[in-house]
Design a binder for this molecule. Structure first.
Ligand code: AHM
Ligand code: MG
Length: 338
């Protein structure tokens, strides 16, 4: 007879975890469930994306005469609707919205949390059938009442209550942390349930992957150029030369590095000194997960989670992975800036 261990669903898991927080009233649990529900619907649409030429091209009318929405716009609306309807969130900052989306209707006025998110990161990869993701950060609001404001969202990452991502890949996973480790759940599409598949995720040792868009090499700071050379040198004791892997989809690159062991780099360049990635809803949530998995995240000079954000969409150079790998980039960047 085959003995199977019990399946733990995401809902069961977050309810179990809630009991570890004696004063918790279940609001964060409900909020995470709202995110999971929206993720399932977005997943369904992404899986249908390959059929758009049959069912109607995005941006054009489909056979029912409705205009097909671009998937990133669809995902944004789906998460906003789920979070607004759920009632635990009083404002959202999204890559898709220039300003804070504040909820002050009868459902959500009392929501204690705010969410910063990139609803569909790497969306330009969809047409090539490459993995994409949703990234989210959850903060407790700092204002007292009414709809949430920008002030609630401009908090440093150290204040995060929870963060995570969903990867829409060969299977769909939700990975999140509430500050007590990182756990990953795989969606069983036949029943539409996320099941615990990757408990207590940690960066493995040894690690030997580096992920960077080397096409920008000429524009990188000297410290990063030296780090790339360091990765390519032969030194079996430190697992070098490392292997290079780059998808161009942050969630997918980070997720692979978390599972297999590696560093992700998106430096500032001469043209864009702050790089490309957004602090609030790309760097901070991934940095939080990295630290909770025993790793580190830095802008080269400072811990990402300690940066005080000034604007909703500000960018930051980003280096994240196992601690010793990020330490080495920091060392070279700092040496070269003196
Ligand atoms: P997006 O938010 O416009 O999708 O851009 C973010 C994406 C990340 O997923 C990825 O790490 C990065 O852009 C890749 O950028 P590049 O093509 O410059 O390497
Ligand atoms: Mg993005």
């Amino acid at each position: 007879m085959v003995h199977r261990s019990k399946i733990t669903t995401l809902t069961e898991f977050i309810i179990q975890r809630q009991s570890e927080y004696p004063h918790a009233k279940g609001a964060l649990t409900r909020l995470l469930n709202d995110i999971a529900t929206a993720a399932k619907i977005v997943n369904r649409e992404i899986n249908a994306a390959g059929l758009v030429d049959i069912l109607g091209t995005i941006g054009k009318e489909n056979i029912q005469g409705e205009t097909q929405k671009k998937l990133d716009v669809f995902a944004n609306e789906m998460f906003i609707t789920a979070l607004k309807g759920g009632g635990e969130c009083c404002a959202i900052a999204s890559e898709e919205n220039e300003k804070v989306v504040s909820f002050s209707n009868e459902f959500s006025e009392l929501g204690k949390y705010v969410v910063a998110m990139d609803p569909l990161d790497g969306s330009s990869n969809i047409e090539a059938n490459v993995s994409i993701g949703t990234i989210f950060s959850i903060y407790r609001r700092v204002t007292e009442a009414g709809g949430g404001t920008q002030q609630d969202l401009l908090q440093p990452g150290v204040n995060l209550a929870a963060a995570g991502y969903i990867i829409y890949g060969s299977s769909t996973m939700l990975v999140y942390s509430t500050g007590k480790g990182v756990n990953g759940f795989t969606l069983d599409p036949s029943v539409g349930i996320f099941c615990l598949s990757h408990p207590d995720m940690r960066f493995p040792e040894p690690a030997n992957i580096y992920s960077i868009n080397e096409g920008n090499y000429i524009h990188f700071p000297e410290g990063v150029k030296q780090y790339i050379k360091y990765c390519q040198e032969n030194d079996p004791e430190t697992f070098r030369p490392y292997t290079s892997r780059y998808i161009g989809s942050l969630v997918a690159d980070f997720h692979r590095n978390l599972i297999k062991g590696g560093i992700f780099l998106y430096p500032g360049t001469t043209k864009n000194p702050n790089g490309k990635l957004r602090l609030l809803y790309e760097c901070n949530p991934i940095a939080y997960i990295a630290e909770q998995a025993g790793g580190k995240a830095s802008n080269g000079f400072k811990r990402i989670l300690n940066i005080d954000p000034e604007t909703l969409h500000q960018r930051s150079p980003f280096y994240t992975g196992p601690k010793w790998m990020v330490d080495k980039v920091e060392e070279l960047l700092q040496q070269n800036s003196e």
